[in-house]
Design a protein around this ligand. Structure first.
Ligand SMILES: [Zn+2]
Length: 432
């Protein structure tokens, strides 16, 4: 009869349920901001009946974040994830079972939390964050991102910064708590859009995903990675048309490996191996359950403090390094005045007079604070160099060999677009 007792109390808070959390909410602590924190029933009601929190990602970090939030008393949670459950997720994504393989992560996670934590409502969205308009994001008090994708974070960050409207008041400013892990390392940060640093301001601190200029891959390979990228980016679509590479299919990797090896031989490049091929195309990021638990816990504690004001929140970046003993430190990243999201609109660039367009393009690709994939450049006069579609690439390729001074005047602007940039960026060219 134990189940009948449990289900009869699914929607109410039984006596003593939140006793431990309430100890924090009923009285101020020594570091509590006396003006910001009002202990008592109002803050409890706010946390449990008013706050709407959005969690992006229901993977390794997301499972931990959802479980922590539900057990801290957040009762209106929304989760977005575009993935389905794979058998390789089951060692750490503990809201999923073998019978869930193939189902959407967001839906299964929401159902699990609601079944396990009575009274907690979790609304799932199976799809991309880009599918939702600004008005959707304005409906939340707070956003937590637990993602393994830099692109998705950049999009979310740019959207939240762009949403801030001073005329509409500070309610349009939605704090973003971002967590990330890689093996034994991780970080958490509290971003107050337009007030603190933003994700884009700190982009240079994150290891960039491997990206090489398409012109190098196509014409002047120097590294084994260039040959592998050539096989996967250029040769595969030529031979297999619209068929996508399945990075888990050994036959696909084998084909790429043999193509890359042949090209490497032609250019006398050494080092193309089967495992390097797999590593480059899969872009493997190791995941460790306990690191996810540490970082998710940090994110959720910050969420709790931000909505209740019960203690000072993280200001504004904490790093956890567990691969060389244990080291952790907290610091406050600067808001970058030239940040393309929260800083100025146009970035000034000094170009030596002997630079060709190709050199400028390579310099852009190597910039850690931009992490571009296949940028396209244009001026007011038209395309300068387009990396895709192939017809435009071919038509604009001749410009790569021209001097920048030939094509642009001092002070002219170049517009940069890229699949990794959630916005359009302008470079104002000055000559050295
Ligand atoms: Zn910024």
């Amino acid at each position: 009869m134990a189940t009948a007792v449990a289900s009869s109390s699914t929607t109410q808070d039984w006596p003593g349920r939140w006793d431990h959390v309430d100890k924090i909410l009923e009285r101020a602590g020594p570091s509590t901001d006396a003006d910001g924190f009002l202990p008592g029933d109002a803050v409890k009601t706010f946390l449990r009946e008013t706050v709407k929190i959005l969690v992006i990602g229901a993977g390794g970090l997301g499972c931990e974040i959802l479980s922590n939030l539900a057990m801290m008393g957040f009762k209106d949670i929304t989760v977005i994830d575009m993935d389905t459950i794979d058998v390789s997720n089951l060692n750490r994504q503990f809201l999923f079972r073998e019978s869930d393989v193939g189902k959407p992560k967001a839906t299964v996670a929401a159902e699990f939390i609601m079944a396990r934590v009575p009274g907690c409502k979790v609304t799932p969205y199976y799809g991309k964050i880009q599918d939702h308009p600004e008005s959707f994001y304005l409906g939340f008090n707070l956003v937590i991102t637990g993602l393994d994708s830099v692109e998705a974070r950049r999009w979310m960050n740019a959207t939240l910064v762009g949403m801030v409207d001073e005329d509409e008041g500070m309610e349009t400013m939605k704090p973003m708590i971002d967590g990330g892990t890689e093996g034994f390392k991780g970080q958490a940060t509290v971003i107050l859009p337009t007030i603190s640093h933003c994700y884009e301001c700190t982009l240079h601190m994150h290891t960039p995903p491997t990206a090489f200029p398409i012109c190098t891959i196509a014409n002047t390979p120097r590294l084994p990675e260039h040959c592998i990228e050539w096989a996967s980016v250029l040769e595969w679509p030529k031979v297999f048309k619209d068929k996508k590479i399945d990075t888990d299919d050994p036959d696909h990797i084998e084909w790429l490996y043999s193509q890359a090896s042949a090209r490497a031989k032609n250019y006398s490049i050494e080092g193309v191996t089967w495992s390097l091929t797999q590593g480059v195309v899969k872009n493997i990021i190791p995941a460790i359950a306990s690191t996810n638990a540490i970082i998710a816990a940090a994110c959720c504690n910050e969420a709790f403090k931000l909505v209740t004001n019960s203690a000072p929140y993280l200001d504004s970046y904490v790093m956890y390094v567990g691969n060389d003993s244990v080291y952790t430190y907290t610091f406050k990243p600067e808001k970058r005045p030239d940040c393309p999201v929260c800083g100025g609109e146009v970035i000034d660039v000094s170009v030596p007079k002997d630079w060709k367009v190709e050199k400028l393009y390579e310099w852009l690709m190597e910039k850690q604070d931009l992490q571009l994939k296949k940028p396209s450049l244009s001026t007011a006069a038209g395309p300068l160099y387009f990396s895709s579609p192939p017809s435009l690439e071919e038509a604009t390729r001749k410009n790569l060999d021209k001097l920048v001074t030939e094509l642009l005047a001092e002070g002219e602007e170049i517009t940069v677009t890229d699949s990794r940039l959630p916005f359009q960026m302008s470079l104002k060219i000055k000559f050295e």
